[in-house]
Ligand binder design. Sequence first.
Ligand SMILES: C[S@@+](CC[C@H](N)C(=O)[O-])C[C@H]1O[C@@H](n2cnc3c(N)ncnc32)[C@H](O)[C@@H]1O
Length: 257
Amino acid sequence: MNDKNKSIHEFDFTLICEYFSSIERQGPGSPEVTLKALSFVDNLTSESRIADIGCGTGGQTMVLANHTAGHITGIDLFPTFIELFNANSENLNLGDRVNGVVGSMEHLPFRNEELDLIWAEGAIYNIGFERGLNKWRELLKPGGFIAVSEASWFTEERPGEIDAFWKDAYPEIDTISRKVRQMQKAGYIPMANFVLPENCWTEHFYAPQAAAQEKFLEKYAGNKTAEELVENQRHEADLYDQYKAFYGYVFFIGKKV
Ligand SMILES: C[S@@+](CC[C@H](N)C(=O)[O-])C[C@H]1O[C@@H](n2cnc3c(N)ncnc32)[C@H](O)[C@@H]1O
């Protein structure tokens, strides 16, 4: 594998963290899409317990919080993201019901059947789609909801370059219909799924990065790792531009049976 195709996971933890801390979202998405996914979720009240797993700095969490009344816990592995998350929550006067904690999605700090809603935008891939759906299910109350966005293929076949890129980055990428089946098999009613529009990648993810990249490269002039990280992200954006007909993010909303 050449450097250009190096997976994001192979870069230095601290550098990645700094790079992504400078932008509002750490993955493709938008406020409109968060609200669309939320529109398929019923029965939330001021007593509801919600977890946003792999919350990052909380771009989508704050949108959720402004449209739900319950208590939201954001969980992320990166302490810097959680610091920014909690600062965002305080700035929006949401500190009494929106809290970020550092933790792993492998060992979540919730009791069985404690949660009404599990949210994870662009994050479940870290544990694996099927594994996450199965493992997190026990934390949901019966009738509780899960809403996750996940990289998915739009077609059965696709050009070799993009096939190879994703099979290296995330071998569990699969077609929408197979992901829906996996959700059903894990014990959820598949309530809805929809493809995230292109602007979730271009306007809300890659454009803010383009601005951040200039500053990052200035700060780390001559640092090979930083340069590679930026090159890697630019390559990913180019691939998206070229092959967006074949893949994208899809929101899957399920209800625990
Ligand atoms: C692509 S980002 C998505 C962030 C945010 N949900 C969004 O859409 O902007 C994936 C997030 O998962 C977090 N993450 C990765 N592995 C994790 C783990 N094992 N446990 C908790 N969070 C993790 C990363 O730190 C990162 O914030």
